[in-house]
Design a protein around this ligand. Structure first.
Ligand SMILES: *[C@@H]1O[C@H](CO)[C@@H](O)[C@H](O)[C@H]1NC(C)=O
Ligand SMILES: *[C@@H]1O[C@H](CO)[C@@H](O)[C@H](O)[C@H]1NC(C)=O
Ligand SMILES: *[C@@H]1O[C@H](CO)[C@@H](O)[C@H](O)[C@H]1NC(C)=O
Ligand SMILES: *[C@@H]1O[C@H](CO)[C@@H](O)[C@H](O)[C@H]1NC(C)=O
Ligand SMILES: *[C@@H]1O[C@H](CO)[C@@H](O)[C@H](O)[C@H]1NC(C)=O
Ligand SMILES: *[C@@H]1O[C@H](CO)[C@@H](O)[C@H](O)[C@H]1NC(C)=O
Length: 710
């Protein structure tokens, strides 16, 4: 009999629950509702789709009568089905956390004919409080967002409706519930302990409960697992957070369960969508040329990209000009608004969006700020394929928790961290996350701009940061960390008064500094022994990139005060140099601190490798760039250096920039006559390594030298 009962129960359960919901539009919330309903195989009937909503702004004021009217119409045909259980719920802010069998079981256990959801606050008429039956525990007041009952009894309630669409549904139901006669007649009760319906969601009342298959929400006050989870105007964002998990969106065992829903495959399309790329340079930003380079090398057909740049910085006009000249013919179109237009950040962002909105051919709007380093060339394709209305790639400051999203908003509408923020930033949880706030880089569908996000002054109207603005819509915004996309760079402490100011970024943006200025094969020194020993104890290894060499030389020539190679030298202690070179000290261009850091970060490890066991503190007083040229000083006579060891980096190329040059070590009768740009020598300074600079016969040769550990 037990088995019979079980079978009977289940078949009864699935056949006999009907969910009725009112939705006049297919909002993102509605689609999420349907997704959870379909996952559990609910039978759903949607009422009012396509109808104009006349039920008022529910959640902020009274209203909602239209829902009762629609339910009344729907119930007319169901009134005689005695074993049909009807669940009537909202859909925009609602997610199923359990299946129909569980709802029916709990409903039967409640042993009433009709069950309304309950909440702790009375609304809309506080004067009715005294008429409510007292409760020993649980939530005392009726909430009209959810009702479950046998069809004939639900019908008995809603058939009494004869009010207007904008009258209040909750007041209507409340009055029936508070009428003792009716309460008994239709057997109405409230779901006091939120066993079935968790409405009026409060963040301090619920916790996620992770299972191997599904994720549920536990009401910690009553220790129940409600089946239906509902948010309201104040808890929408919290519901969105819960929706990132329940019922099957993400769990520890299987990761993301919904990430592959509705993806598009770009390779199956006849042609790629057209994307307007809005680029925003709002403040002096280091590594701008690298940013542009990454834009040009995105893996996307360039004839499908239109570029709009707002550059707010006079300092960047020369970079902008160069980028424009190099790439204006590559892209489908190219428009620049410069600092002379005096646009505010908000106005510029509106302008970018509007360009896409007004162009029916604009399929996507990709907004990116100049501080976003997209290291993943596939970023644009990945975002388009994910197929969401608004989606951002997760980018964060290297090694920091600072990122381009927030998982929650505080009560006053400001940024707050959600419980999962750190796990998402650190990719301990990987998925596509519904979030309330994003900035710096995101993709919006053109049709969404034209049909839903239609406000032209989107950013200016907002009082908070321009970036914040996107969160104020019923449109879901997602961030994905399914791939690594890149990083945010720091624009703080960017001193633009140098000629090549990025050189100074070694502290603030060490990853980008290294990528730009350190030789691409530098790490092979350690992994593949990528270095040479052309003379005894003279080691030769790649350290600077071409850019580093060029920019350092430019910086020195820009400064221009070469010493002239005189013995009298006011820059050094004692004022006299026995073996003078024609040089400029790092200190003179304000680069001492950065240079010593470079030595500690990139030279010390090599020292440790080649002079095993020698730990250098990386201390050096003499750090300078030398210039050899026939008209001035072309060579340096044999000498020792006042150092434990010396580094000597070639900053330009023999045969291209100069002829001659090189270095000769006397003790070993050994010369290196073909210095390589970006490669450094490292050799002991005293005693064994008497050396000389060989004559530069034509052109100009530059080297950077440090006497380390004097
Ligand atoms: C829903 O129905 C499908 C097909 O019958 C079934 O495979 C699936 O397990 C059902 N889902 C649930 C949650 O019962
Ligand atoms: C630029 O705009 C600001 C504020 O909108 C205004 O105060 C300033 O005078 C404007 N400058 C120029 C040069 O138009
Ligand atoms: C920026 O660099 C210049 C030139 O080296 C220097 O004079 C100035 O003090 C620096 N400014 C800041 C804020 O560090
Ligand atoms: C780096 O090393 C590889 C061989 O390992 C070589 O082919 C390549 O040219 C080197 N790159 C540079 C920039 O020197
Ligand atoms: C130094 O080496 C050169 C060839 O590299 C050779 O011609 C010369 O004789 C050597 N001098 C001494 C002193 O060994
Ligand atoms: C010296 O360099 C210049 C250009 O840098 C070149 O035109 C000239 O041919 C060079 N002279 C010799 C002798 O190599």
């Amino acid at each position: 009999t037990y088995i019979f009962w079980l079978n009977g129960f289940f078949s009864w359960a699935i056949d006999k629950l009907l969910v009725l919901t009112v939705a006049t539009q297919e909002t993102d919330g509605f689609l999420r509702f349907m997704q959870s309903a379909n996952y559990f195989n609910y039978t759903i009937k949607v009422l009012g789709m396509g109808e104009e909503w006349r039920g008022g702004d529910v959640g902020r004021s009274i209203g909602g009568g239209q829902k009762v009217r629609l339910l009344k119409q729907a119930m007319e045909g169901l009134a005689d089905q005695e074993d049909l259980v009807v669940l009537s719920v909202d859909s925009y802010d609602l997610i199923f956390a359990g299946g129909p069998d569980e709802i029916l079981r709990k409903f039967q256990e409640a042993n009433h004919k009709v069950l309304f959801s309950a909440e702790g606050l009375i609304w809309p008429d506080k004067r009715l409080q005294d008429k409510y039956p007292a409760v020993r525990s649980g939530k005392r007041f009726l909430n009209s967002g959810g009702v479950i009952g046998y069809a004939p009894f639900v019908n008995q309630i809603v058939e009494q409706w004869n009010l207007h669409d904008n009258d209040d549904d909750q007041l209507f139901y409340t009055k029936i519930y508070l009428d003792p006669q009716q309460r008994v007649k239709v057997w109405v009760r409230l779901d006091l302990e939120v066993n079935v319906l968790q409405l009026s969601l409060a963040a301090d009342e619920v916790l996620l409960k992770f299972g191997t298959e599904r994720v549920r929400v536990r009401n910690t006050v009553f220790d129940t697992l409600p089946v239906v989870i509902h948010g309201n105007a104040n808890t929408k964002i919290y519901l969105n957070y819960l929706g990132n998990y329940i019922p099957n969106a993400w769990n520890y065992e299987r990761g993301c369960g919904v990430c592959n829903h509705n993806m598009v495959d770009l390779s199956q399309l006849k042609e790629y969508p057209t994307v307007l790329v809005g680029v925003f340079i709002q403040q002096p930003t280091p590594f701008l040329s690298e940013f542009f380079h990454r834009l040009v090398t995105l893996d996307y057909p360039k004839d499908k990209l239109k570029i709009f740049v707002h550059n707010n910085e006079v300092y960047h006009e020369r970079h902008m000009q160069r980028f424009w000249e190099e790439s204006k013919d590559i892209f489908n179109s190219f428009k620049v608004v410069g600092p002379e237009e005096n646009l505010s950040q908000g106005e510029a962002r509106n302008m970018g969006m509007e360009l896409c909105r007004q162009d029916p051919g604009c399929d996507h709007y990709f907004s990116i700020d100049a501080d976003v380093m997209l290291t993943n060339k596939q970023t644009l394709k990945i975002l388009i394929e994910q197929n969401r209305k608004i989606i951002a790639p997760l980018v964060s400051r290297h090694g920091k928790l600072w990122s381009n999203f927030w998982g929650a908003l505080s009560l006053d509408g400001y940024y707050a961290r959600s419980e999962d923020y750190i796990d998402i930033v650190q990719s301990k949880r990987v998925g596509v996350w519904n979030i309330p706030y994003m900035a710096h880089v995101y993709l919006i569908k053109g049709e969404v701009l034209r049909n839903e996000l239609t406000e032209r002054n989107h950013f200016v109207l907002e009082k908070l940061d321009p970036d914040m603005a996107l969160s104020r819509h019923g449109i879901f915004m997602y961030i994905t960390n399914r791939h690594e996309f890149g990083r945010l760079i720091s624009t703080a402490n960017f001193n633009t008064s140098h000629y090549n100011s990025d050189l100074w970024q070694i502290f603030e943006n060490p990853v980008d500094w290294k990528e730009k200025y350190i030789h691409p094969n530098y790490t092979q020194i350690f992994t593949e022994n990528y270095l040479e020993q052309p003379c005894p104890d003279v080691f030769w290894f790649p350290v600077f990139s071409e850019r580093a060499c060029d920019e350092l030389v430019e910086e020195m020539e820009h400064f221009g005060s070469w010493s002239g190679g005189q013995h009298e030298d006011k820059r050094i202690a004692g004022g006299y140099e026995t073996v003078p070179t024609d040089d400029i000290h790092m200190k003179q261009i304000g680069y001492e601190k950065e240079w010593l850091h470079f030595i500690r970060e990139f030279i010390s490890p090599v020292t440790l490798k080649v002079f095993s066991g020698y730990y250098t503190k990386g201390y050096a007083v003499m750090n300078f760039v030398v210039k050899y040229t026939p008209g001035r000083q072309s060579y340096l006579r044999p000498h020792h250096d006042s150092s434990t060891f010396t580094i000597n980096v070639a900053l330009n190329s023999k045969g291209i920039d100069f002829q001659g040059g090189g270095c000769r070590f006397h003790r070993y009768n050994c010369s290196i006559e073909s210095p390589r740009k970006g490669w450094s020598f490292m050799h002991p300074g005293r005693l064994t390594h008497l050396h000389e600079g060989l004559p530069t016969t034509n052109g100009t040769r530059y080297i950077a030298v440090s006497f380390i550990d004097p």
